[in-house]
Design a protein around this ligand. Structure first.
Ligand code: GDP
Ligand code: MN
Length: 399
Protein backbone atom coordinates (compact mmCIF):
# COMPACT_ATOMS: atom_id res chain seq x y z
CA UNK A 1 0.00 0.00 0.00
CA UNK A 2 1.18 3.51 -0.81
CA UNK A 3 0.42 6.75 1.01
CA UNK A 4 0.52 10.46 0.22
CA UNK A 5 3.50 12.72 0.78
CA UNK A 6 1.77 14.65 3.57
CA UNK A 7 1.04 11.38 5.35
CA UNK A 8 4.63 10.21 4.91
CA UNK A 9 5.75 13.49 6.43
CA UNK A 10 3.45 12.95 9.44
CA UNK A 11 5.16 9.59 9.95
CA UNK A 12 8.59 11.18 9.51
CA UNK A 13 7.72 13.67 12.25
CA UNK A 14 6.71 10.87 14.61
CA UNK A 15 10.14 9.35 14.06
CA UNK A 16 12.05 12.62 14.54
CA UNK A 17 12.88 13.04 10.87
CA UNK A 18 12.74 16.77 10.17
CA UNK A 19 10.13 17.98 7.65
CA UNK A 20 8.90 21.45 6.67
CA UNK A 21 5.96 22.88 8.62
CA UNK A 22 2.97 21.93 6.53
CA UNK A 23 -0.40 20.26 6.39
CA UNK A 24 -3.10 19.06 4.07
CA UNK A 25 -5.60 21.78 3.41
CA UNK A 26 -9.10 21.02 2.16
CA UNK A 27 -10.22 24.28 0.54
CA UNK A 28 -8.95 27.75 -0.41
CA UNK A 29 -10.37 29.37 2.74
CA UNK A 30 -8.47 26.92 4.91
CA UNK A 31 -5.44 27.54 2.70
CA UNK A 32 -5.61 31.25 3.42
CA UNK A 33 -5.81 30.63 7.16
CA UNK A 34 -2.99 28.12 7.13
CA UNK A 35 -0.74 30.38 5.07
CA UNK A 36 -1.33 33.19 7.59
CA UNK A 37 -0.40 30.85 10.40
CA UNK A 38 2.73 29.65 8.57
CA UNK A 39 3.78 33.24 7.98
CA UNK A 40 6.75 32.07 5.94
CA UNK A 41 9.04 33.80 3.45
CA UNK A 42 8.09 31.17 0.84
CA UNK A 43 5.02 28.94 0.50
CA UNK A 44 4.89 25.65 -1.37
CA UNK A 45 1.64 24.25 -2.74
CA UNK A 46 1.96 20.57 -3.60
CA UNK A 47 -0.44 18.26 -5.40
CA UNK A 48 -0.94 15.01 -3.48
CA UNK A 49 -1.17 12.05 -5.83
CA UNK A 50 0.33 8.60 -5.55
CA UNK A 51 2.96 9.33 -8.19
CA UNK A 52 6.25 11.14 -8.40
CA UNK A 53 7.51 13.60 -10.98
CA UNK A 54 4.98 16.23 -9.89
CA UNK A 55 7.49 19.05 -9.97
CA UNK A 56 8.02 18.84 -13.73
CA UNK A 57 4.28 18.42 -14.36
CA UNK A 58 3.21 21.58 -12.52
CA UNK A 59 2.23 19.84 -9.31
CA UNK A 60 4.64 21.81 -7.10
CA UNK A 61 4.22 25.61 -6.96
CA UNK A 62 6.27 28.10 -4.97
CA UNK A 63 5.31 31.63 -4.08
CA UNK A 64 6.65 34.38 -1.83
CA UNK A 65 3.29 36.09 -1.86
CA UNK A 66 0.95 34.74 0.79
CA UNK A 67 -2.11 36.10 -1.04
CA UNK A 68 -1.38 33.83 -3.99
CA UNK A 69 -1.60 30.63 -1.94
CA UNK A 70 -5.40 30.06 -2.12
CA UNK A 71 -5.39 30.75 -5.88
CA UNK A 72 -2.54 28.32 -6.52
CA UNK A 73 -4.39 25.70 -4.56
CA UNK A 74 -7.64 26.30 -6.45
CA UNK A 75 -5.79 25.94 -9.75
CA UNK A 76 -4.26 22.66 -8.67
CA UNK A 77 -7.38 20.95 -7.33
CA UNK A 78 -9.14 18.88 -9.97
CA UNK A 79 -6.27 19.25 -12.41
CA UNK A 80 -4.99 16.16 -14.24
CA UNK A 81 -1.29 15.68 -13.67
CA UNK A 82 0.59 13.64 -16.22
CA UNK A 83 3.99 12.50 -14.96
CA UNK A 84 6.30 9.67 -15.98
CA UNK A 85 4.73 7.64 -13.18
CA UNK A 86 1.04 8.24 -13.90
CA UNK A 87 0.95 6.93 -17.46
CA UNK A 88 -0.55 8.99 -20.28
CA UNK A 89 -3.99 9.14 -18.67
CA UNK A 90 -2.63 11.17 -15.77
CA UNK A 91 -4.06 11.44 -12.30
CA UNK A 92 -6.61 13.85 -10.91
CA UNK A 93 -5.48 16.02 -8.02
CA UNK A 94 -7.93 15.70 -5.13
CA UNK A 95 -5.73 16.68 -2.21
CA UNK A 96 -3.21 19.45 -1.63
CA UNK A 97 -0.39 19.99 0.85
CA UNK A 98 0.69 23.49 1.78
CA UNK A 99 3.99 24.00 3.54
CA UNK A 100 6.74 26.42 4.34
CA UNK A 101 9.33 26.66 1.59
CA UNK A 102 12.92 25.76 2.29
CA UNK A 103 16.03 27.52 1.01
CA UNK A 104 17.93 24.75 -0.72
CA UNK A 105 21.73 24.57 -0.64
CA UNK A 106 21.99 20.94 -1.75
CA UNK A 107 19.55 18.19 -2.75
CA UNK A 108 20.43 14.64 -1.72
CA UNK A 109 18.71 11.35 -2.48
CA UNK A 110 17.99 8.81 0.25
CA UNK A 111 15.91 5.65 0.35
CA UNK A 112 15.63 2.45 2.30
CA UNK A 113 14.23 -0.73 0.82
CA UNK A 114 14.54 -4.48 0.95
CA UNK A 115 17.27 -5.85 -1.26
CA UNK A 116 16.06 -9.21 -2.46
CA UNK A 117 19.53 -10.45 -3.35
CA UNK A 118 21.00 -10.05 0.12
CA UNK A 119 17.66 -10.29 1.92
CA UNK A 120 18.56 -7.16 3.89
CA UNK A 121 17.27 -3.64 4.21
CA UNK A 122 19.60 -1.44 2.21
CA UNK A 123 20.03 2.31 2.22
CA UNK A 124 20.53 3.92 -1.16
CA UNK A 125 21.94 7.42 -1.21
CA UNK A 126 23.28 9.92 -3.68
CA UNK A 127 24.50 13.49 -3.79
CA UNK A 128 22.43 13.83 -6.97
CA UNK A 129 19.06 14.39 -5.31
CA UNK A 130 15.99 15.98 -6.82
CA UNK A 131 16.17 14.02 -10.04
CA UNK A 132 15.09 10.49 -10.83
CA UNK A 133 17.45 8.04 -9.22
CA UNK A 134 17.01 5.72 -12.23
CA UNK A 135 18.58 8.42 -14.41
CA UNK A 136 21.49 8.88 -12.00
CA UNK A 137 21.99 5.10 -11.90
CA UNK A 138 21.94 4.89 -15.71
CA UNK A 139 24.39 7.73 -16.39
CA UNK A 140 26.56 7.98 -13.28
CA UNK A 141 26.21 4.68 -11.41
CA UNK A 142 29.23 5.55 -9.24
CA UNK A 143 27.11 8.27 -7.67
CA UNK A 144 24.58 5.79 -6.30
CA UNK A 145 25.80 4.46 -2.96
CA UNK A 146 24.50 1.58 -0.90
CA UNK A 147 24.74 0.47 2.70
CA UNK A 148 23.14 -2.82 3.68
CA UNK A 149 21.96 -3.33 7.24
CA UNK A 150 22.14 -6.67 9.00
CA UNK A 151 18.60 -6.99 10.34
CA UNK A 152 19.77 -9.22 13.22
CA UNK A 153 22.01 -6.43 14.50
CA UNK A 154 20.03 -3.40 13.34
CA UNK A 155 21.30 -0.01 12.25
CA UNK A 156 24.70 0.82 13.75
CA UNK A 157 26.73 4.00 13.92
CA UNK A 158 29.31 2.63 11.52
CA UNK A 159 26.60 2.09 8.89
CA UNK A 160 25.78 5.77 9.14
CA UNK A 161 29.41 6.87 9.03
CA UNK A 162 30.08 4.64 6.01
CA UNK A 163 27.29 6.28 4.07
CA UNK A 164 28.06 9.82 5.25
CA UNK A 165 31.72 9.51 4.29
CA UNK A 166 31.16 7.80 0.96
CA UNK A 167 28.72 10.60 0.08
CA UNK A 168 31.46 13.10 0.94
CA UNK A 169 29.28 14.88 3.50
CA UNK A 170 32.16 15.94 5.77
CA UNK A 171 33.61 17.99 2.90
CA UNK A 172 30.19 19.19 1.74
CA UNK A 173 28.90 20.34 5.13
CA UNK A 174 30.60 18.96 8.25
CA UNK A 175 27.85 20.12 10.62
CA UNK A 176 25.37 17.92 8.77
CA UNK A 177 27.20 14.60 9.33
CA UNK A 178 25.79 13.81 12.77
CA UNK A 179 22.21 14.88 11.98
CA UNK A 180 22.45 12.77 8.83
CA UNK A 181 23.52 9.67 10.77
CA UNK A 182 20.74 10.27 13.32
CA UNK A 183 18.24 10.62 10.48
CA UNK A 184 19.34 7.28 9.01
CA UNK A 185 18.76 5.61 12.37
CA UNK A 186 15.29 7.13 12.65
CA UNK A 187 14.44 6.13 9.12
CA UNK A 188 15.51 2.58 9.85
CA UNK A 189 13.31 2.54 12.97
CA UNK A 190 10.31 3.76 10.97
CA UNK A 191 10.95 1.18 8.26
CA UNK A 192 11.09 -1.74 10.68
CA UNK A 193 8.38 -0.68 13.12
CA UNK A 194 5.85 0.10 10.42
CA UNK A 195 6.73 -2.83 8.14
CA UNK A 196 7.52 -0.56 5.24
CA UNK A 197 8.81 -1.99 1.99
CA UNK A 198 10.18 1.33 0.74
CA UNK A 199 10.90 4.73 2.20
CA UNK A 200 12.21 7.35 -0.19
CA UNK A 201 13.21 10.94 0.47
CA UNK A 202 13.97 12.75 -2.75
CA UNK A 203 15.13 15.36 -2.20
CA UNK A 204 16.59 15.26 1.28
CA UNK A 205 17.90 18.81 1.41
CA UNK A 206 20.64 20.67 3.16
CA UNK A 207 19.09 24.11 3.63
CA UNK A 208 20.91 27.40 3.23
CA UNK A 209 20.89 27.66 7.03
CA UNK A 210 22.53 24.22 7.23
CA UNK A 211 19.64 22.10 8.39
CA UNK A 212 18.69 18.71 7.01
CA UNK A 213 15.04 18.44 5.89
CA UNK A 214 12.98 15.80 4.13
CA UNK A 215 11.39 17.87 1.37
CA UNK A 216 9.54 14.98 -0.24
CA UNK A 217 8.46 11.62 1.13
CA UNK A 218 7.26 8.35 -0.25
CA UNK A 219 6.44 5.30 1.84
CA UNK A 220 5.15 1.91 0.70
CA UNK A 221 4.02 -0.74 3.14
CA UNK A 222 3.97 -4.50 3.11
CA UNK A 223 0.26 -5.34 2.68
CA UNK A 224 0.68 -8.56 4.62
CA UNK A 225 1.61 -6.60 7.74
CA UNK A 226 -1.08 -3.93 7.46
CA UNK A 227 -3.31 -5.68 9.98
CA UNK A 228 -0.77 -4.71 12.64
CA UNK A 229 -0.94 -0.99 11.89
CA UNK A 230 -4.31 0.71 12.27
CA UNK A 231 -2.61 4.10 11.88
CA UNK A 232 -1.20 3.13 8.50
CA UNK A 233 -4.51 1.64 7.35
CA UNK A 234 -6.15 4.97 8.15
CA UNK A 235 -3.89 6.57 5.53
CA UNK A 236 -5.46 4.48 2.77
CA UNK A 237 -6.85 6.62 -0.06
CA UNK A 238 -9.04 4.48 -2.31
CA UNK A 239 -9.23 7.30 -4.87
CA UNK A 240 -5.59 6.59 -5.63
CA UNK A 241 -6.10 2.88 -6.13
CA UNK A 242 -7.31 0.93 -9.15
CA UNK A 243 -11.09 0.24 -8.62
CA UNK A 244 -10.80 -3.28 -10.00
CA UNK A 245 -7.92 -4.01 -7.64
CA UNK A 246 -10.04 -2.85 -4.71
CA UNK A 247 -12.88 -5.15 -5.76
CA UNK A 248 -10.45 -8.04 -6.23
CA UNK A 249 -9.02 -7.53 -2.74
CA UNK A 250 -12.56 -7.73 -1.30
CA UNK A 251 -12.88 -11.16 -2.93
CA UNK A 252 -9.43 -12.27 -1.73
CA UNK A 253 -8.17 -12.33 -5.29
CA UNK A 254 -4.67 -11.29 -6.11
CA UNK A 255 -5.20 -8.97 -9.08
CA UNK A 256 -2.97 -6.43 -10.79
CA UNK A 257 -4.30 -4.47 -13.74
CA UNK A 258 -2.07 -4.24 -16.81
CA UNK A 259 -2.39 -2.64 -20.23
CA UNK A 260 -2.96 -5.57 -22.62
CA UNK A 261 -6.21 -7.06 -23.93
CA UNK A 262 -6.15 -10.69 -22.76
CA UNK A 263 -7.81 -11.18 -19.39
CA UNK A 264 -6.08 -13.96 -17.45
CA UNK A 265 -7.49 -16.12 -14.70
CA UNK A 266 -4.91 -18.44 -13.21
CA UNK A 267 -4.39 -20.34 -9.98
CA UNK A 268 -1.03 -19.81 -8.32
CA UNK A 269 1.30 -16.83 -8.69
CA UNK A 270 4.01 -18.80 -10.49
CA UNK A 271 1.61 -20.16 -13.08
CA UNK A 272 0.09 -16.68 -13.46
CA UNK A 273 3.51 -15.26 -14.29
CA UNK A 274 4.24 -18.10 -16.70
CA UNK A 275 0.87 -17.42 -18.35
CA UNK A 276 1.74 -13.77 -18.85
CA UNK A 277 5.09 -14.75 -20.33
CA UNK A 278 3.55 -17.20 -22.76
CA UNK A 279 0.98 -14.63 -23.91
CA UNK A 280 3.81 -12.24 -24.69
CA UNK A 281 5.70 -14.99 -26.46
CA UNK A 282 2.64 -15.67 -28.59
CA UNK A 283 2.64 -12.01 -29.61
CA UNK A 284 0.15 -10.29 -27.35
CA UNK A 285 -0.18 -8.59 -23.97
CA UNK A 286 -2.00 -9.65 -20.79
CA UNK A 287 -4.66 -7.29 -19.42
CA UNK A 288 -3.92 -8.32 -15.89
CA UNK A 289 -2.25 -10.62 -13.44
CA UNK A 290 -4.91 -12.60 -11.59
CA UNK A 291 -4.16 -15.33 -9.13
CA UNK A 292 -7.41 -16.91 -7.92
CA UNK A 293 -5.41 -18.86 -5.36
CA UNK A 294 -4.45 -22.48 -4.89
CA UNK A 295 -7.86 -23.32 -3.41
CA UNK A 296 -10.05 -21.58 -5.97
CA UNK A 297 -13.78 -22.26 -5.67
CA UNK A 298 -16.77 -21.74 -7.94
CA UNK A 299 -17.34 -18.41 -6.18
CA UNK A 300 -13.80 -17.10 -6.69
CA UNK A 301 -13.96 -18.02 -10.36
CA UNK A 302 -17.25 -16.12 -10.72
CA UNK A 303 -15.80 -13.08 -8.91
CA UNK A 304 -12.73 -13.27 -11.13
CA UNK A 305 -14.91 -13.28 -14.24
CA UNK A 306 -16.87 -10.24 -13.09
CA UNK A 307 -13.64 -8.32 -12.51
CA UNK A 308 -12.10 -9.31 -15.83
CA UNK A 309 -15.26 -8.36 -17.73
CA UNK A 310 -15.35 -4.89 -16.14
CA UNK A 311 -12.03 -4.06 -17.78
CA UNK A 312 -12.98 -2.54 -21.11
CA UNK A 313 -9.60 -3.38 -22.63
CA UNK A 314 -10.28 -7.09 -22.33
CA UNK A 315 -11.03 -8.69 -25.69
CA UNK A 316 -10.69 -12.31 -24.67
CA UNK A 317 -10.27 -14.42 -21.56
CA UNK A 318 -7.64 -17.02 -20.92
CA UNK A 319 -8.28 -19.39 -18.02
CA UNK A 320 -5.27 -21.45 -17.07
CA UNK A 321 -5.82 -23.82 -14.17
CA UNK A 322 -3.64 -26.50 -12.75
CA UNK A 323 -5.72 -28.85 -10.64
CA UNK A 324 -3.69 -29.59 -7.55
CA UNK A 325 -5.72 -28.67 -4.50
CA UNK A 326 -8.48 -27.37 -6.77
CA UNK A 327 -10.32 -29.89 -8.83
CA UNK A 328 -10.76 -28.97 -12.45
CA UNK A 329 -14.42 -29.99 -12.65
CA UNK A 330 -15.17 -27.44 -9.92
CA UNK A 331 -13.52 -24.74 -11.97
CA UNK A 332 -15.56 -25.84 -14.97
CA UNK A 333 -18.74 -25.52 -12.89
CA UNK A 334 -17.54 -22.09 -11.78
CA UNK A 335 -17.08 -20.99 -15.39
CA UNK A 336 -20.49 -22.34 -16.38
CA UNK A 337 -22.23 -20.69 -13.41
CA UNK A 338 -20.44 -17.39 -13.93
CA UNK A 339 -21.43 -17.48 -17.60
CA UNK A 340 -25.08 -17.69 -16.54
CA UNK A 341 -24.67 -14.74 -14.17
CA UNK A 342 -22.66 -12.42 -16.37
CA UNK A 343 -23.25 -12.64 -20.07
CA UNK A 344 -19.88 -13.52 -21.53
CA UNK A 345 -19.73 -12.30 -25.10
CA UNK A 346 -15.97 -12.51 -25.34
CA UNK A 347 -14.03 -15.50 -26.60
CA UNK A 348 -12.77 -17.73 -23.80
CA UNK A 349 -9.94 -20.25 -23.93
CA UNK A 350 -9.67 -22.65 -21.04
CA UNK A 351 -6.69 -24.80 -20.34
CA UNK A 352 -7.18 -27.38 -17.62
CA UNK A 353 -4.52 -29.74 -16.32
CA UNK A 354 -4.28 -31.98 -13.29
CA UNK A 355 -6.95 -33.38 -10.99
CA UNK A 356 -10.16 -34.21 -12.88
CA UNK A 357 -9.02 -32.20 -15.91
CA UNK A 358 -10.73 -34.64 -18.27
CA UNK A 359 -14.05 -34.28 -16.48
CA UNK A 360 -13.71 -30.48 -16.42
CA UNK A 361 -13.02 -30.27 -20.15
CA UNK A 362 -15.98 -32.49 -20.88
CA UNK A 363 -18.31 -30.33 -18.79
CA UNK A 364 -17.19 -27.22 -20.64
CA UNK A 365 -17.46 -28.79 -24.07
CA UNK A 366 -21.00 -29.96 -23.32
CA UNK A 367 -22.10 -26.70 -21.67
CA UNK A 368 -23.03 -25.00 -24.92
CA UNK A 369 -20.77 -22.09 -24.02
CA UNK A 370 -18.53 -20.53 -26.63
CA UNK A 371 -15.46 -21.85 -24.88
CA UNK A 372 -12.38 -23.27 -26.53
CA UNK A 373 -10.77 -25.99 -24.50
CA UNK A 374 -7.06 -26.75 -24.55
CA UNK A 375 -4.71 -29.07 -22.71
CA UNK A 376 -1.35 -27.62 -23.66
CA UNK A 377 -0.19 -24.17 -22.45
CA UNK A 378 1.46 -23.08 -25.70
CA UNK A 379 -1.50 -24.27 -27.76
CA UNK A 380 -3.88 -22.40 -25.46
CA UNK A 381 -1.85 -19.18 -25.64
CA UNK A 382 -1.78 -19.32 -29.43
CA UNK A 383 -5.53 -19.89 -29.53
CA UNK A 384 -6.37 -16.88 -27.39
CA UNK A 385 -3.94 -14.66 -29.28
CA UNK A 386 -5.42 -15.84 -32.58
CA UNK A 387 -8.91 -14.74 -31.56
CA UNK A 388 -7.92 -11.45 -29.89
CA UNK A 389 -5.36 -10.34 -32.43
CA UNK A 390 -1.63 -9.78 -32.06
CA UNK A 391 -0.65 -6.65 -30.21
CA UNK A 392 3.08 -6.92 -30.19
CA UNK A 393 5.27 -6.33 -33.15
CA UNK A 394 7.33 -9.34 -34.24
CA UNK A 395 10.68 -7.81 -33.32
CA UNK A 396 9.40 -6.85 -29.91
CA UNK A 397 7.93 -10.27 -29.28
CA UNK A 398 11.19 -11.94 -30.22
CA UNK A 399 13.33 -9.63 -28.05
P1 GDP B 1 8.21 15.30 -7.16
O1 GDP B 1 8.59 16.04 -8.40
O2 GDP B 1 6.88 14.65 -7.28
O3 GDP B 1 9.28 14.34 -6.73
O4 GDP B 1 8.04 16.40 -6.01
P2 GDP B 1 9.11 17.00 -4.96
O5 GDP B 1 8.43 17.12 -3.65
O6 GDP B 1 10.37 16.22 -4.95
O7 GDP B 1 9.38 18.45 -5.52
C1 GDP B 1 10.01 18.64 -6.76
C2 GDP B 1 11.05 19.73 -6.68
O8 GDP B 1 10.46 20.95 -6.28
C3 GDP B 1 12.16 19.47 -5.65
O9 GDP B 1 13.18 18.64 -6.15
C4 GDP B 1 12.65 20.87 -5.39
O10 GDP B 1 13.62 21.24 -6.34
C5 GDP B 1 11.41 21.73 -5.59
N1 GDP B 1 10.89 22.10 -4.26
C6 GDP B 1 9.99 21.44 -3.50
N2 GDP B 1 9.81 22.03 -2.32
C7 GDP B 1 10.65 23.12 -2.31
C8 GDP B 1 10.96 24.14 -1.36
O11 GDP B 1 10.44 24.19 -0.24
N3 GDP B 1 11.86 25.07 -1.72
C9 GDP B 1 12.47 25.05 -2.94
N4 GDP B 1 13.34 26.01 -3.22
N5 GDP B 1 12.21 24.11 -3.85
C10 GDP B 1 11.31 23.15 -3.55
MN1 MN C 1 10.56 14.10 -5.18
Amino acid sequence: MNIHEFQAKQLFSQFDIPVPRGKEVKNPVAAEKWAAKLNAPVYVVKAQIHAGGRGKAGGVKLTKNRDEVPGLMKEMLGKKLVTHQTGPKGRKVRRVLIEEGAGIAKELYLSLLVDRDSGRPVFIASTEGGMEIEEVAAHTPEKVLQEAIDPAVGFQGHNGRNLAFSLGLPALEPSIVNPFIALLGNLYRLFMEKNASLVEINPLVITTDKRLIALDGKVSFDDNALFKHADVQAFRDLNEEEPLEIEAAKNNLNYVKLDGNIGCMVNGAGLAMATMDVIKLAGSEPANFLDVGGGATKETVAAGFRILLKDRNVKGIFINIFGGIVRCERIAHGVIDAAKEVAIKLPVVVRLQGTNAEEGRKLLQESGLKVEVATDLWEAAQKIVAVTGKKRKKAEAAA
